[in-house]
Design a protein around this ligand. Structure first.
Ligand code: ZN
Length: 77
């Protein structure tokens, strides 16, 4: 994994939440277009966030809960 990959991974949530400056977002967009592994992670997270947001009224599937616990552990660590 390159330095850019680390950077992109660190910022995936900020990127998806639109919590970054446009030039940062553009840098990351550029990187994930060129780097398939990062692109995969980003589209997975994007899908994941979408599922979480649309299913807040319903009980989330177990794999989502597992994933959420994992994310919270990382964020909290
Ligand atoms: Zn990458």
């Amino acid at each position: 994994m390159s330095e850019l990959c680390n950077e992109a991974m660190k910022r995936v949530y900020h990127y998806l939440d639109g919590e970054m400056t446009w030039w940062r977002a553009r840098e990351i967009r550029h990187h994930i277009d060129e780097c398939p592994p990062c692109g995969e992670v980003f589209s997975f997270e994007e899908h994941f966030l979408k599922v979480v947001r649309t299913s807040l009224q319903e009980e989330p599937p177990p794999e989502i809960l597992d994933r959420l616990r994992e994310v919270l552990r990382i964020e909290g660590g």
